[in-house]
Design a binder for this molecule. Structure first.
Ligand SMILES: Cc1cc2nc3c(=O)[nH]c(=O)nc-3n(C[C@H](O)[C@H](O)[C@H](O)COP(=O)(O)OP(=O)(O)OC[C@H]3O[C@@H](n4cnc5c(N)ncnc54)[C@H](O)[C@@H]3O)c2cc1C
Length: 530
């Protein structure tokens, strides 16, 4: 293959010598010294290496010192995206091989990621968005609800491996989270009670998914992710931030590297893990190289906010209850998702529209609980572009909201009138997100989705009394794009040799745990290739 000509030293010799050098670079990192920028240290290490090795190793040593320096442009693996998927790939490669790895993220390091909305009281449209981009990915300021299950929402790992292996992969992922302190109370706290709740729900035609969950809290994640990134760096992985990958370089059907806004880097293996913010980009790269994309549905709805007393008993047992409700008029599926007890509603900004989301801190609590309430949409032939449909709903809602999410009381929605701050303040629920426009969600969401939400909430009220009260707050739009899925083999390699995908962006995952798990798949495949 064309790229192999760029290698000056056989891989086996490189691997052998890297084994000798890595403990030293790790030591430098422990002393607080950045091994990436240590040319002088490089000379020292070279000398040690040279003394220890035969003549042929001397030139090799010089080259390998460059491993991890800014000057180096050749690696074994390049990872695009430092979210959970990219970080787990980098972790696995660094822990289980001597491959040289470059991880590139267009955002900042986790400690430098702050959302200015707190100071400005409104979104100032950072580029890239500090909430969605940077080391830790979109998960950094997330609630850190870890769902240890192989199939949930957008994720189904059993499409890539037999069920027992998918379960084993989830267990392995959990162990890595635990290793970096990303552990927390396990839910359901009482399995018997959880089964009772499910039984009650079934009487009203509602199903409840019981999942092993842990909750870390948004305030803990930056610290844990920084610790994981430091560990990975100490193992020799080079991390570039504030650098955007523009294109995957391909020669004769093989990935040979990437072109960024700064320069070109070369590697036989490229793992694309750019998350939701990079879904369009990764889709474009796939299409450009003749890789098929599978259209998937979307979920559209609202973020519901109630006083925390309404859901306290339920959430004490099941932290994030996922109820599935079949609606009467349209026979569509609606579901609850991402429940945040004592949490906060938050903004999710895309290039052309705004959406809402929610999170909860472990220590700082609000008086409310919020959850997503979503209606599934799958367009079928002849019109199948779910993504474009979702984006146009997002754009319309953003237009109606004057660039901000729309807030409405459930009672006002049912009466067919808009909400105002005056009406909202009459209720006892204080909204946790105020950079919104009080209005009429019926002007923004399609009738079918609106009907599903109204019917679904009223049905849910039988199991969770109070969720359909007049004062319940609804924020719109909340849209979950099941990114188009990039076609791959079961090890997540595309038909372009050496070009792998992982995480939410290419549509192979849909939450923190599954994104991390899919990061391990290509890392293992690359190591297995030798
Ligand atoms: C507010 C919020 C709350 C959430 N809460 C939860 C939760 O509690 N539990 C849960 O399981 N999930 C939650 N999620 C979803 C979760 O964060 C994602 O599923 C997960 O982060 C996906 O991981 P990923 O690695 O695939 O992508 P991401 O985490 O999105 O990371 C992708 C990274 O790639 C970088 N990137 C993109 N394109 C390029 C490029 N061209 N060049 C260089 N870098 C690039 C981005 O900057 C980003 O840092 C939440 C999401 C949000 C936004």
């Amino acid at each position: 293959m064309a790229y192999s000509n760029r290698r000056l030293i056989p891989q086996s010799l490189q691997d052998h010598f890297i084994k000798l050098l890595l403990p030293l670079t790790a030591l430098f990192s422990k002393w607080g010294l950045n091994p990436n920028s240590f040319t002088v240290a490089g000379v020292v290490i070279t000398s040690v290496g040279a003394a220890a090795c035969v003549m042929g190793y001397i030139r090799l040593a010089g080259i390998l010192i460059l491993k991890g320096t800014e000057k180096n442009m050749n690696y074994d693996v390049i990872i695009v995206g430092g979210g959970p998927a990219g970080l787990f790939s980098a972790y696995y490669l660094s822990e289980h091989s001597t491959k040289s790895v470059l991880l590139i993220d267009k955002g900042k390091v986790s400690q430098k990621r702050t959302c200015p909305i707190k100071s400005y009281q409104e979104c100032i449209k950072c580029k890239p968005c500090n909430i969605l981009s940077g080391i830790g990915g979109a998960g950094l300021f997330s609630d850190g609800k870890l769902n240890y299950i192989y199939k949930l929402g957008k994720t189904d790992l059993s499409q890539f491996m037999p069920l027992h292996q998918a379960e084993k992969l989830i267990d392995e992922t959990e162990q890595i989270f635990n290793k970096f302190g990303m552990d927390g109370p396990t839910y359901p706290t009482d399995m018997e009670e959880a089964r009772e709740i499910r039984k009650r729900a079934k009487r009203y035609g509602i199903d409840l998914l019981i999942i092993k969950q842990k909750h870390l809290g948004s305030d803990r994640l930056p610290e844990h992710i920084a610790c994981m990134a430091d560990f990975i760096k100490s193992k020799g992985v080079v991390i570039h931030t504030s650098e955007e990958v523009k294109e995957v370089l391909i020669e004769k059907n093989h990935a040979v590297g990437v072109a960024t806004n700064r320069k070109n880097y070369f590697a036989d293996n490229v793992i694309l893990a750019p998350g939701r913010v990079g879904a369009d980009w990764v889709g474009g790269q796939a299409q450009k190289n003749g890789i098929r994309l599978k259209q998937r549905g979307i979920e559209v709805g609202v973020r519901v906010e109630v006083h925390k007393d309404i859901m306290q008993d339920l959430c004490d047992v099941i932290y994030d209850p996922t109820f599935f409700i079949q609606t009467a008029k349209y026979d569509d599926q609606t579901r609850t998702f991402c429940t945040n007890k004592g949490g906060f509603v938050s903004l999710e900004r895309y290039s052309n529209f705004v959406c809402v989301n929610g999170h909860a801190y472990r220590d700082k609590k609000s008086q409310n609980t919020n959850f997503a309430f979503l209606s599934k949409v799958v367009l079928t032939e002849p019109v199948t572009d779910n993504q474009a449909y979702g984006e146009s709903i997002g754009s319309l809602a953003t237009l109606i909201g004057g660039g901000k999410p729309i807030l409405q009381r459930f009672g006002d929605l049912k009466r067919g009138r808009r909400s105002t701050w005056h009406r909202i303040r009459k209720g006892y629920i204080e909204p946790t997100m105020t950079d919104v426009v009080c209005g009429d969600i019926a002007m923004a969401l399609p009738e079918r989705i609106l009907t599903n939400i109204i019917e679904g909430l009223e049905k849910l009220n039988h199991v969770v009394p109070g969720v359909a009260n007049d004062e319940t707050l609804l924020y719109a739009p909340e849209i979950k794009f099941f990114a188009t899925q990039v076609e791959t083999a079961s090890d997540l390699e595309t038909k372009i040799k050496g070009m792998y995908v992982a995480g939410d962006g290419p549509g192979v995952a849909g939450n923190i745990v599954s994104a991390s798990a899919t990061g391990l798949i290509p890392a293992k495949a690359i190591i297995a290739k030798g």
